[in-house]
Design a protein around this ligand. Sequence first.
Ligand code: FAD
Length: 437
Amino acid sequence: MHKCEVVIVGAGPAGIACGYVLANAGVDVVILERGQYPGAKNMFGGIFFADRMNKLIPQFYTEAPIERFVAKKHYALLINNSEVSLNIDSEEHKKPPYNHSYIVRRSVFDKWFAEKAREQGATIICGTTVTDFVGDGKRIVGVTASTTDDQDNVLLADVVVCAEGANSMLSEKAGLRNRLSMRARSISVKEVIELGRDVINERFGLTAREGAAYEYFADATPGMLGDGFIYTNIDSLNVGVGVVISEMYGRENPPTPNQLLDRFKNHPCIQPLIKGGRTLEYSAHMIPMDGYKNLPKFYTNGLMLVGDAAGLVNNSICHEGVNMAMASGIMAAETILENRAEKSYDSKALRSYEQRLKHSFVLENMKSSRDFIDILRTHKELLNDYPHLMKDVITKFFEVGDVPKSAIKRDIIHMIRSRMSFVRAAKTFAAMLKDGI
Ligand SMILES: Cc1cc2nc3c(=O)[nH]c(=O)nc-3n(C[C@H](O)[C@H](O)[C@H](O)COP(=O)(O)OP(=O)(O)OC[C@H]3O[C@@H](n4cnc5c(N)ncnc54)[C@H](O)[C@@H]3O)c2cc1C
């Protein structure tokens, strides 16, 4: 049995950020990670939104293992065999700090970040799975953990930070979360497809370390709440789809996530981007979809939840996850430092962690998108009918032939009137603008 000041469960962005700040302040902090190294078990799409990282380690992008910075964003509706899209290609985003948006591979990036925390003095023990919390009847006082050689160990601490990610089994055990529900998680499957740097630059119109983030909606996951994505690494692509788990059930012959991914990859607008590539990796991971209205309790006596374990993901258009994970880890660390002199980490003392979250972009952003998922659930026309209508209207508008423009405009007005209720659409878009996006 060992004792330290703080135990952190999990070496993802939330856990490492927390450990970094604590170690930097001279706290005796131990991070326990079940993977053989930090990042071994971690995957995402994905864009590392790095504003927090840049504050923690100024100009981190000059030394961190970054694949590319996000120079181009592409938002597209896939409709049957077509695509309607919006491109953002801003010169401003091609200069440091690159709109704080970087494409990274978690297996190398998390390892690098963990090394930085180690340099500050954090102890990181890998190959160690935390199996439960230890309590003294009043508060959490440590954890039990098993190592790869099946040794069970107890590590005691003044306070525990749980950064276990989306598969929040320990947080449930502590009674801070309800049982994981299919509505509260989406499942993402992703392939890393090797293609070669020059081919990627040519296909996506990139030079040097410029990268592209392509997001696909509507028929990317037909009729289901989800999306598809392509992100450019240096010489490979991350290609994936994600869908809320409950959307796959209650249907006749629901597609498996792999079938959805195959379908996405074979779409005529996606195929040309990935053709000739070789699949290097296949992975799957959950994303919390709790949303602002169903967040867990963030703390109890001797314990705080951070990052995905606390449901801190903004499921609106931008998929903010890592930045919220890092910010919450840092705020948990600040709360610990504030109470360190008294060594008092009961609920009363830890309440200031929740206050910090509330007064930061983390809960502010989640609050302002609090109805996003509910609106999509109850207004399926946003996933199906409206995107199809939009594509038909745009296609019609740009039609060139012997039909006069006045007739085309009449057709468009008729199309819109017959396929959309103005009152319902106005209400839906107003709700989306107010508390959706
Ligand atoms: C497909 C996909 C795409 C995404 N895209 C984006 C994006 O573009 N931008 C964005 O900001 N976010 C994105 N996210 C979300 C983002 O990845 C998460 O929000 C973020 O990783 C959360 O960080 P975390 O530290 O809380 O958890 P994690 O990164 O999941 O880290 C948890 C760590 O805890 C360890 N662990 C778990 N249980 C135990 C245990 N019992 N004992 C010891 N160790 C344990 C795990 O091995 C892991 O290392 C995406 C997620 C997915 C799946």
